[in-house]
Design a protein around this ligand. Structure first.
Ligand code: GYE
Length: 304
């Protein structure tokens, strides 16, 4: 008997419809994250509506509004910056559409505007980078650091800077002599580093908020006739394949992992939310760190 209510003639339960507003395609991390979300939706039998905001908040807001209009079951998004979301989140709430934050957080005071936040602890990542720097430069008397920041106002840029600063401030021999955004892109990292090497040719270390900016920095360092990983050391965050390759070659010295494979966890949350089950307000992803030796071992089986 064909008794499925509201189905579109297929005879089964109607599929869950998920609207996902992605940040963009700014980095290797983001590409892997998008693939993870798309593959996991397929595996879970969830109907995914996907949009790419090209790193612009206004595009993300438009996408979320269109998902509200289409009456999707759940909205998930990775907020490009932390602030400015309350209005659109209230619109979703009024329409009774639950919102899941993935990867990046918002700074809204009212946490009833979203069901949960699924993603990494970016402050912890910054601390891990700082801990490595403290050990690596244990015998140095002064250490000049340049920081390549992620997208201005984004949770990972704010938190990775904070965690790192917290650790290195314990010893005055560490100074951040320059800190600028490269917008999480390779081109941005290259451009900022080019200028930086002119104004601060004697820096000892670059801390880049992601691998892509670190890879851009490597190009700029080599073009300036210096050896990345030796003349100027590099520590980055993400551990995507290109970053891990540079690490295994000694061009990057240390990488703090940030996993982009959030898709399966996201689909679990979406199913639970749709079924009216409760979920944790904060869901953390598990991560590690890599040295060049560990990168060589991990690379052959690396998924992204
Ligand atoms: O580290 C960076 C990407 O939000 C954690 O965004 C993510 C960051 C990631 O562009 O590569």
């Amino acid at each position: 008997v064909d008794s499925a209510p509201g189905g579109s003639g297929g005879g089964g339960d109607a599929k869950i419809v998920l609207g996902f507003a992605q940040v963009g395609a700014e980095s290797g991390w983001r590409t892997a994250n998008t693939k993870s979300v798309q593959d996991a939706a397929k595996d879970a039998g969830i109907d995914l509506k996907f949009s790419d905001a090209q790193q612009k908040q206004e595009n993300q807001i438009k996408a979320i509004r269109s998902y509200i209009q289409q009456k999707v079951d759940v909205i998930a998004f990775s907020p490009v910056v932390e602030s400015g979301w309350d209005t659109v989140l209230k619109e979703a709430k009024t329409a009774n559409i639950p919102v899941v934050l993935t990867d990046r957080a918002v700074d809204s005071a009212d946490d009833s505007l979203y069901v949960t936040f699924l993603g990494s602890d970016f402050v912890a990542e910054g601390k891990k980078a700082g801990d490595w720097v403290v050990k690596e430069f244990a015998d140095a008397s002064t250490v000049k650091i340049a920081q390549l920041e992620g997208t201005t106002g984004s949770a990972p840029a704010i938190d990775r800077a904070e965690g790192f600063a917290d650790v290195i401030k314990a010893d005055p021999k560490f100074t951040i002599v320059a800190s600028q955004t490269g917008d999480f892109t390779r081109a941005g990292g290259k451009q900022v580093t080019e200028a930086l090497l002119k104004s601060n040719p004697d820096i000892n270390l670059i801390y880049a908020h992601n691998d892509d900016m670190g890879l851009g920095a490597i190009e700029a360092i080599e073009a300036a006739g210096k050896v990345p990983g030796q003349d100027i050391k590099l520590v980055t965050v993400d551990a995507v394949k290109d970053g891990m390759t540079a690490l295994s070659e000694g061009k990057i010295n240390f990488i703090v992992e940030c996993s982009p494979l959030l898709g399966p966890q996201l689909m679990d949350v979406v199913k639970k939310v749709k079924a009216g089950e409760s979920v944790e307000k904060r869901i953390l992803t598990e991560e590690t760190t890599f040295t060049p030796e560990q990168a060589k071992e991990a690379l052959p089986s690396r998924q992204y």
